[in-house]
Write a protein that binds this ligand. Structure first.
Ligand SMILES: [Zn+2]
Length: 299
């Protein structure tokens, strides 16, 4: 949350937690966050910042482009919601607020993190399409946008996260949706950040985090900085570690036999450390949108 603006004038009330819990790629959650902060450069936002430009929607050229129009009211957007099977959310009487932010916060409060995740992914694709039209004059049909959202979900798997104490006993488990095909190191970083958030939430302050991603651990130890999505997650990890000086990260080799791996570690006790073992266990591959809702890990 390093972009938080100090002034009360910009303080936005809402269910931010619902945004971060969305089962969607980091980039899609990040888009929701930017949207709710009023940070997306829609044409009406640009006008507020005194940037001279036409106000019309770059997609339909019929109405003024603000967040509500581009994501909820534009004909292409509306058809995309239905192409991806989310028109029940779009037309729900509970979500007819006059600002896009209020609609999103209401959706985050009422819908499961699975549905919120799908909405986030859809909004991300709508925004991509809008930019593609603006910069490359490429137009996609709502069916194609729907297909794009659908394909993004196909790359997802559910990951398990196990919390074990220092004698190797299972403390808690949680699942998190992760994209495995594209940039798995980004996924590893995201899960590490999530594990740290969880440890902080549980009040554990001496924790050794193990990862089998050598790249991730090296980048953390080198304190690399940059603008990529991966390095922006690493930045958040480093800022957590600077407040919790007894958080350590360590590289461990992935073992073929997970049970042996866990038992071996249990025998080798680090007395004062909690051990958070975040070996990622692939639970199942998702092949359809239907199976995603059927296997909601929170159900
Ligand atoms: Zn439009």
């Amino acid at each position: 949350m390093r972009y938080l603006i100090g002034s009360d004038k910009y303080h936005v009330m809402g269910n931010w937690n619902g945004i971060w819990k969305a089962q969607a790629p980091h980039k899609a959650r990040h888009l929701l966050w930017r949207l709710c902060r009023g940070c997306l450069p829609t044409r009406s936002r640009l006008l507020e910042r005194r940037v001279e430009c036409t106000l019309n929607c770059p997609v339909c050229d019929e109405e003024i482009e603000d967040e509500l129009h581009i994501f909820f009211r534009c004909a292409v957007a509306r058809d995309s919601w239905s192409a991806v099977g989310l028109s029940f959310v779009l037309h729900n009487a509970t979500y007819q607020q006059t600002s896009a932010m209020d609609r999103i916060f209401a959706i985050c409060s009422n819908e499961s993190s699975d549905i919120v995740g799908r909405v986030a992914m859809l909004l991300w694709c709508i925004w991509q399409n809008r930019n593609d039209k603006l910069w490359n004059d490429n137009v996609q049909m709502p069916r194609q946008i729907g297909r794009h959202v659908f394909d993004a979900w196909n790359d997802w798997t559910s990951m398990g996260l196990c919390f074990r104490d220092n004698s190797g006993h299972f403390m808690a488990g949680m699942t998190q949706w992760q994209q495995t095909v594209i940039s798995s190191v980004e996924g590893e970083a995201w899960v590490l950040l999530l594990a740290m958030e969880e440890a902080r939430h549980r009040g554990l302050n001496r924790v050794q985090f193990e990862s089998d991603s050598k790249i991730l651990i090296e980048v953390i130890h080198m304190e690399r900085k940059g603008n990529s999505e991966f390095l922006s997650i690493v930045h958040d990890i480093l800022s957590l570690m600077s407040s919790f000086i007894n958080f350590e990260v360590k590289f461990v080799r992935r073992q073929t036999n997970l049970v042996a791996h866990t038992l071996a570690r249990a025998a080798n006790s680090w007395a004062s450390f909690h051990r958070i073992n975040f070996d990622l266990v692939q639970i199942q591959s998702m092949s359809t949108l239907v199976s995603i809702s059927a296997t909601d890990p929170e159900a």
